[in-house]
Design a protein around this ligand. Structure first.
Ligand SMILES: [Ca+2]
Ligand SMILES: [Ca+2]
Length: 342
């Protein structure tokens, strides 16, 4: 055993000697040609793979550049949305803005929900016939080679977007080419009251009346009433006013009396209501006064986006003296829509 061990040790020592000798020769050879290197450089590389998900950041509502918590239908607003995508904004394939009222859940509709969608070809809105509008010159798309930037949607709320305090919510969803998405919410926005009224019957006549006649209904239009078309996003009232009427050549004037007092010489009185029975003593004056007695629930909003038809009944009373037999008197009767209770 001891002999074998000794043999191995001798053999290793011999190999070590040979290697040492060889190394010395190499060192001398290098030293003879150039100085030994003290530092070096090497290029390293790596590549980022994958495609990060977009991130929806700050969402803010502006009215002409100023932050706002309120909207009025048919007025221009700008919704600014900060979007980030580390694979650059050119990776965003769709930006969806759902604007809805309260707890509504369902299809887009004129009263409670509109959806604006941006794709690289621009913005679209649904439902298309709802009067929710895109204000193209207020829209902005950020620099798509950046990784973060602001999209701006210029829009107008629809005419019958439901009136309501703090109930409107914007939900913004950004989707990228890998169909990865992120959403953000802007809530507690108020929709203020909006209404508009169009007269369908723009002229009416009581025909020929006699002195001291009272509560004479109109004979034209033949159904005895004036039709108006009302569009409103909340409950509304219809008010009227008029003025002193005169003869066509303006040589004579008939003063309008708006109270229950007996008519003085030359005066006339108009009564108006929302049904065919003149029982409310609703006399037309020179300032806007509510027309009473419309059928129950007919003045509730939101109306249909194309409007609701309301009928106004009118009656004429004239004094027993002071009006020239044969004269024709005329004047303007004004009708306007107002928020209920105002
Ligand atoms: Ca991405
Ligand atoms: Ca009545």
């Amino acid at each position: 055993m001891a002999k074998k061990r000794g043999g191995k040790m001798n053999s290793k020592r011999k190999m070590g000697t040979k290697i040492l000798a060889f190394a010395v020769v190499m060192a001398i050879a290098i030293g003879a040609t150039s100085a030994p290197a003290m530092a070096g450089e090497a290029e390293g590389r790596f590549t980022i793979g994958g495609n990060p998900t977009p991130v929806v950041g700050t969402i803010e509502l502006y009215d002409g550049g100023n932050p706002t918590d309120e909207m009025t239908p048919q007025t221009e607003y700008e919704l600014s949305m900060t979007i980030t995508d580390e694979s650059t904004l050119s990776d965003i394939t769709e930006l969806k803005v759902v604007i809805k009222e309260g707890d509504y859940s369902g299809e887009d509709c004129a009263t409670d929900q509109a959806t604006y969608t941006w794709t690289p070809s621009g913005w679209s809105v649904s439902p298309a016939d709802s009067t929710w509008a895109i204000v193209t010159d207020q829209c902005n798309v950020p620099i798509l080679t950046d990784t973060s930037g602001d999209w701006v949607l210029g829009f107008k709320p629809g005419k019958v977007a439901r009136e309501g305090k703090n109930g409107w919510v914007f939900t913004v969803t950004a989707t990228d080419s890998e169909v990865q998405s992120d959403s953000g919410i802007l809530s507690s926005k108020t929709m203020l009251w909006y209404g508009e009224l169009t007269l369908i019957d723009t002229a009416y006549s009581f025909g020929i009346v006699n002195l001291s006649d009272s509560d004479v209904p109109i004979i034209s239009p033949s159904d005895g009433n004036i039709d108006v078309e009302s569009i409103a996003n909340g409950d509304y009232e219809i008010k009227s006013k008029s003025e002193d009427w005169g003869t066509v050549d303006e040589s004579r004037t008939a003063p309008l009396e708006s109270s229950l007092e007996s008519l003085s010489s030359g005066q006339f009185r108009l009564q108006n209501e929302g049904d065919a029975t003149p029982d409310k003593a609703a006399y037309v004056g020179s300032s806007y006064t509510m027309i009473p007695d419309f059928p129950a629930a007919s003045l509730t909003g939101p109306t249909d986006v194309t409007g609701a038809t309301n009928e106004i009944y009118l009656w004429l009373s004239v004094a027993d003296t002071g009006l020239q037999i044969g004269d024709e008197y005329g004047g303007t009767y004004y009708v306007q829509i107002f928020k209920a209770g105002e």
